[in-house]
Structure formats: C-alpha cells, structure tokens
Design a protein around this ligand. Structure first.
Ligand SMILES: C[S@@+](CC[C@H](N)C(=O)[O-])C[C@H]1O[C@@H](n2cnc3c(N)ncnc32)[C@H](O)[C@@H]1O
Length: 256
C-alpha cells in the first residue's frame, strides 16, 4: 500500500479524534512512566496523551514517513519512531500502550495484542479502538465497487477489503487469561457530513486507500465516481442537506 496521507486523514480531524478521547477517558492510570501511541498517525492521538499525562514520557510509533513528519511538526518535544507494530515489543517501563484506529490494518492483530500485553508490567494497560464498520453501507460499497469495475481481477484490489472484526467474546477469551481486567464496549457515532461526497473524502483517508493505491490516476477517478454514486443513493440528505455517517467502533481496555 502507498504511504498514508496525513493531509487527507486530517480533513476530518475533529471527528477522527473523538474516539481516542472516549478511549482515553476510560484508561485507569494516573501517572504512567512510559506511554506509547502505537500507530500514532499525524499525532492527533499523541497530543491527547501528552495533555492527559504531562509528567510521562510519550512516544509515538508509526510506519508512515508522511504521518511521522506531521506528528513531529505538531509535537516537536515528543519522540516519534518509525517501525512496524507487527514486530514491536514494549520496553520494560511501558505502563500504557494506546492504539487508536490502527490494529484493524494488521492482517493478524490478535497475536500482537496478546504479545504486547504479556510484555507489560502488572497494572499496565493496553487501550485499543478499532472501526467495526465492515457491514456498513459505506464499506459494503467499497467491496462492491472493487468487484465490479475493470480493476476487479487486480490481486491487490481483490485483497483490499478489511475482514470483519472478531466478536467481543473472542477478545475476552484471548486477553483475560493474562489480564486482571478486560473492558470491551461498542460506540456507534453518527458523524455529520457536509454531503454524500464528503463520505468519499472521509474514506479516501482510510479504508479506500488499499483500493485506490494500485490504480493509475484515471482508474482512481473512475473508481471514486462509481463509489460515490452508490453513496449518493444510500446516504440521504437530512433537512439541512447534511448526511449522517453511521460508524460503529469497538473499544478494549485490558489491564495486565
Ligand atoms: C487511521 S491512522 C490512526 C492515527 C491516530 N492513531 C488516530 O487516533 O487518529 C492509522 C495509522 O496506523 C499506521 N499503521 C498502520 N499499520 C501499521 C503498522 N503495521 N505499523 C506501524 N504503523 C502502522 C498508519 O501509518 C497510520 O498512521
């Protein structure tokens, strides 16, 4: 997949930063020594961690050079590292690993969660939020568009759709054996979008990327037009012309 675009992702910064606020509000720690923002993106979630834990060392880790550049500009006093979460292990003093809107991108995130938790000290916390929206129309249309255009036999497009998340029970059974407490919940947001086309813009910064990055400029435009046509048909304007983007998300707080 091409590098993530921080600019595209930040077009909806307020909405995208609401879930990490809600996740952080449930983190049961006062003074963690080392806090790691796993998949820190452009630093929006890292900024929340710095504000909540001003005495702690806060480190951001991401694989994307563009995201890291933005994060360093935003928080010049924080340490940001380039790395792959799939092979990352926490240092011994890590009391909080925070990962907002990231782990769903890993082909196998469950073993990573378990491995990270096992490496945390007693009382250490893994806090995770992932979109649980693969059954929402906006995501179904991505798969349908991928399957119906001239690009449908492209191997990367065939593999572009995110799999459904496992149910909460699967996370509980995975994590509770190594945790004193596991709290799992869903929240469904209804983001107010300026128009149906804004929904396309939103997903251009996230789940549309794997569909678009294998295509040339012309095919991208064609893909986006076909996708937006479906969005326009399904997401009807409210009385003021705005549309609501229903967005279910899964939250997990696991305490070692
Ligand atoms: C949707 S953004 C989330 C940004 C931020 N945490 C937030 O709360 O908005 C996902 C980030 O995860 C990063 N990412 C995805 N897979 C990764 C991996 N295997 N290792 C490191 N970073 C990864 C991407 O580069 C991207 O910056």
């Amino acid at each position: 997949m091409e590098d993530w675009s921080a600019r595209q992702y930040l077009k909806f910064e307020d909405e995208r930063t609401r879930p990490p606020r809600d996740l952080l509000a449930q983190v049961p720690l006062d003074n963690p020594r080392l806090v790691v923002d796993l998949g820190c993106g452009p630093g929006n979630s890292t900024e929340l961690l710095v504000a909540r834990f001003p005495q702690s060392e806060v480190v951001g880790l991401d694989s994307s050079p563009d995201m890291l550049r933005k994060a360093r500009e935003r928080l010049p006093t924080c340490k940001f590292l380039q790395g792959d979460i799939a092979t990352w292990t926490p240092e011994p003093a890590t009391d909080l690993v925070f990962s907002n809107a990231v782990l769903q991108w890993l082909p196998e995130h469950r073993p990573v969660m378990r491995r990270v938790l096992e490496a945390l000290p007693r009382g250490g916390v893994l806090a995770v939020q992932m979109p649980d929206n693969t059954r929402e129309s906006a995501l179904v249309f991505q798969r349908e568009t991928g399957e119906s255009g001239p690009w449908r036999d492209h191997p990367e497009i065939k593999a572009a759709a995110r799999k459904d998340l496992p149910p909460p029970e699967a996370y509980y059974d995975l994590l509770k054996p190594v945790c004193s407490r596991v709290d799992i919940w869903h929240s469904v947001y209804n983001h107010v979008m300026a128009s149906p086309a804004a929904i396309t813009e939103w997903f251009k910064g996230s789940s549309l990327q794997p569909f678009l990055s294998p295509l040339d400029a012309g095919a991208r435009e064609q893909f986006l037009a076909a996708y937006t046509e479906k969005i326009v048909g399904a997401y009807k304007p409210r009385f003021d012309g705005k549309v609501l983007l229903r967005f279910p998300r899964l939250f997990i707080i696991a305490v070692r």
